[in-house]
Design a binder for this molecule. Structure first.
Ligand code: ADP
Length: 571
């Protein structure tokens, strides 16, 4: 597979996979937005319900209080204030009571002589109202608030009607019917309905802001609208009773809070530490408590479904994309390796055939000439015979290499170990190569330490390693003119180095020259023929003997191959 085809195939895998991943992420993002929106809508519904319930509860309290107030017996102002005071003392929802008259201002408590600090404070708080400088009915806070208040009061109206219907007594006679329709029987606040004999008019509510806090004032008109009897609600008592409208536990991943007009948290369910930076999920104003809000916040731990959903699904998509790319790349790499192997085997077969052909041709040619007795000169005859012997030895080495290779590949190579005196074996082997080296114009330098201890090894394998390394020096480094063979004793065992002054091995090939079939110049037209097996076999044999064979660049620029062998273990 050419590099171009490899890259194209990989791109064909990469681009659709990435498109798939991006598409999936896009869809997941849309799904996350949808989840986020539905979570917001649910939170909005939930807090609107809480705000609505609070409104309803406040409206019921307001309604109840005004109804009770209307139900108090009428009379002179003194008797009335006594009754109002009794009522205040007995009802925790009432903080202050008052009587106000048009034109005369506040009649009770006496603005000149308040009986307590609380009364003095009450008069001070509502001074503009009692001086008729402020409207007794507050305009609705906003359209939304007004709508929700309208809804609360219409629900309330229905409840009141039902209550009245349930209380309805049997119609006995006209007189008793009249009696039944009298005190408190009409709808509170409805025009015309009122206590017996008293001309009771409209009623009203006034949210009032003083000392940075919200207060609620309720009243009704009597005496043809000239007198207003009213009360101030005890806000803490009211608010603490409203908290029952909150769920006891926060919904998953959310914190819900009731926030007052100053932005302070009055009550919350849920673990979030709410600060000015907290971004609310949804908010609903409480119409009956102007500027108060019920607000839902997502918890900081990312408990909201959307965030976790996108994170986990992105991780899954990422894993799929990586798995597809890794799997695809692995298959491509495998296909590439198979192709390289197939190509190497083909080139190995042609290289070996080529290498076999050259000595065979030479041997045949010289043998034919000698056989036809065309050469009469005895010297030349000897030279031809030497060539035939040399070439047949080359053939033997080549065939031995191929056989060793196949045995090593199949794991069938057996080593026959015996005690070997390495210095004498090395001299023996080098002696046999001396003539070849000289013929190639190379000088053989021996630096063999005769004191190197004997080892346990396989003679044939060692010979094969040495011959392969000498062969390479003759093939590739002849122009360097010398081959130095060193033998030293080292701590772990003997070390043999083969150093030449040839061209060396280009840096890019050094890591691969021990790979099977790898040649620096792999073309059939290479200056030196070879199969790319010599070094690979030599290393495998060295390792099979318990040692190693490695490349070490020669300081002179040529090659240095280092063969280490294990010392004989003491038995
Ligand atoms: P072959 O000699 O059959 O090609 P080898 O495995 O013996 O296979 O060698 C691998 C490659 O290493 C050779 O093709 C050659 O390019 C390079 N090589 C080996 N020995 C030497 C050396 N002494 N000097 C320069 N190059 C060498």
């Amino acid at each position: 597979m050419t590099r171009f085809r490899l890259i194209t195939t990989w791109l064909l895998l990469l681009i659709p996979t990435l498109l798939l991943g991006i598409g999936a992420l896009y869809l997941l993002k849309g799904e996350e937005d949808r989840l986020e929106r539905s979570a917001r809508a649910t939170a909005r519904d939930r807090i609107s319900a809480i705000a609505g319930n609070i409104d309803l509860a406040v409206a019921e309290v307001k309604d109840g209080l005004v109804e009770t107030l209307r139900g108090l017996p009428q009379g002179g102002i003194l008797r009335q204030t006594d009754l109002l005071e009794d009522w205040k003392r007995g009802n925790p929802l009432v903080r202050n009571v008052f009587v106000w008259e048009g034109g005369r201002g506040l009649r009770y408590p006496d603005p000149e002589m308040p009986s307590s600090d609380e009364e003095a404070d009450f008069i001070r708080r509502y001074l503009p109202l009692f001086a008729d400088q402020a409207a007794w009915q507050a305009p609705p806070d906003d359209s939304r608030g007004a709508a929700s208040e309208d809804m609360a009061s219409s629900i309330l109206l229905e409840r009141r009607e039902l209550r009245q219907l349930a209380k309805q007594a049997p119609i006995a006679s006209e007189a008793s019917a009249d009696r039944a329709a009298a005190p408190g029987a009409g709808l509170a606040g409805a025009p015309g309905a009122g206590l017996a004999g008293a001309a009771i008019g409209a009623s009203g509510w006034r949210p009032w802001f003083a000392d940075n806090r919200l207060h609620l004032l309720g009243w009704y008109e009597t005496d043809g609208g000239s007198r207003r009897i009213g009360f101030e609600v005890e806000m803490m008592a009211l608010l603490s009773r409203l908290l029952g409208n909150f769920p006891p536990d926060a919904p998953y991943g959310e914190t819900i809070a009731l926030i007052d007009g100053n932005g302070d948290i009055f009550h919350q369910v849920g673990p979030l530490e709410i600060s000015a930076d907290s971004r609310p999920l949804a908010a609903a104003s409480v119409a009956s408590l102007p500027h108060w809000m019920v607000t839902a916040y997502p918890n900081a731990d990312g408990g909201r479904s959307g965030t976790g959903f996108l994170l986990i699904s992105s991780l899954l998509v990422g894993t799929f994309v990586v798995a597809i790319l890794l799997g695809g790349s692995l298959l491509l790499w495998q296909a590439h390796r198979n192709q390289v192997d197939a190509r190497q085997k083909t080139s190995f077969v042609s290289n070996v055939s080529h290498e076999l052909k050259t000595p065979l041709t030479t041997i045949r040619m010289y043998a034919e000439m000698l056989g036809e007795k065309r050469i009469e000169d005895a010297g030349r005859q000897q030279s031809y015979l030497r060539t035939i012997i040399r070439e047949s030895q080359r053939l033997t080495r080549l065939v031995n290499n191929v056989l060793d290779f196949s045995r090593l590949e199949q794991g069938r190579k057996a080593f026959a170990k015996e005690e070997i005196a390495l210095p004498s074996l090395l001299h023996e082997l080098l002696d046999s190569q001396q003539v070849r080296l000289e013929d190639a114009g190379m000088q053989l330098i021996r630096e063999v330490d005769a004191a190197v201890a004997p080892i346990e090894s396989d003679r044939d394998a060692l010979e094969q390693i040495v011959l392969n390394l000498v062969d390479n020096a003759i093939k590739y480094a002849a122009e360097g003119k010398s081959l130095t063979v060193e033998l030293q004793q080292q701590k772990g065992g003997p070390v043999v180095r083969f150093k030449d002054d040839g061209p060396g091995i280009p840096a890019g090939h050094r890591g691969r020259i021990f790979d099977k079939f790898h040649r620096v110049d792999a073309s059939l037209t290479a200056r030196q023929q070879g199969s790319g097996l010599g070094l690979s076999i030599a290393r495998q044999l060295a390792e099979g003997l318990g040692g190693s064979l490695s490349f070490c660049p020669n300081t002179g620029g040529g090659c240095c191959f280092e063969l280490t062998l294990p010392a004989r273990s003491d038995r």
